[in-house]
Design a protein around this ligand. Sequence first.
Ligand SMILES: [Zn+2]
Length: 345
Amino acid sequence: MILNRKLWERSGHWDHYKNNMYTTVIDDEDYAIKPMNCPGGMLVYASEPHSYRDLPLRMGELGLVHRHELSGALHGLFRVRCFTQDDAHIFMTRDQMKDEIKNVVKLFDEVYSLFGLSYQIELSTMPEDHIGTPEEWEENQNILKNAITEMGKTFIINEGDGAFYGPKLDFHLEDSLGRTWQCGTIQLDSQLPERFELEYTGADGQKHRPVMIHRVVLGSIERFIGVITEHFAGAFPTWLAPVQVKLMTITDRTNDYADSVVAKLDALGIRCEVDKRNEKIGYKIREAQGQKIPYMLVCGDKEAENGQVSVRTRTGKTKTMSVEDFADAICREVESRSRDLFITE
Ligand SMILES: [Zn+2]
């Protein structure tokens, strides 16, 4: 979390990113709280020898980073000063770059389609403040362009908006209201491997320098939660809902029955809660509906007697069914990651 100034000087962050970094002094030496996971990733790669047979080497982490954003720029979950990235650094030979970029794009397609999010791709090119020669930048930009074009995808160019160490592809997700959010990125980098003198042993027995991709899929996990909350307007598909089922008792007499239903669903991995408060059932339903919990199960005397539950969806559909039938149906819905509730009328 806290790394010595020398490391940040070596990575270039001290010169090019210092305004966004929190720094501290320990035993008269400067340290910075990491704003990016990259330099730590370089140290991990360098901690043991590598052969060309190991490449591409893909190393992922859920990295907690801190960035100093201006207070006026902070915005809910969308722009915060402390967040977790689903980050990875992929080390490879130059020949492997294009295929590896395509693999990452396939991963993006798999993840984003699960949430029903479409995207636009932007290619960000060399910024004014950069390291590396214009020729290296040009070459890396072409590799990104070719990978995307060969996959039959289109992109727009965002002139001068690359990271200081390399060009990048940004994936701007479009939510259900047509707003766009930048989440995934793929950044090509030949600078950090150079600065950290990373090596692998080639088939020729000689030492070579790998190149690297930085990539995030969700980006900031906090921000992504904000994006999908807006996208689904809080009504998450059942597989994603924090609470999938809310049980409600009508009278204290059915508390034990409700507990037994919770135990059954819980054993199947269904996230459920029970509301035993001494409140009117209409009030309990309105509250759960406001929280957009997919299924409410009302347990009265009749249901307890017959081993049934009165199911009510957040959209107001109702059905009385056996506990077993309900459990089967919700498990199927969750496993298929359906975006629709199983009771539709
Ligand atoms: Zn990185």
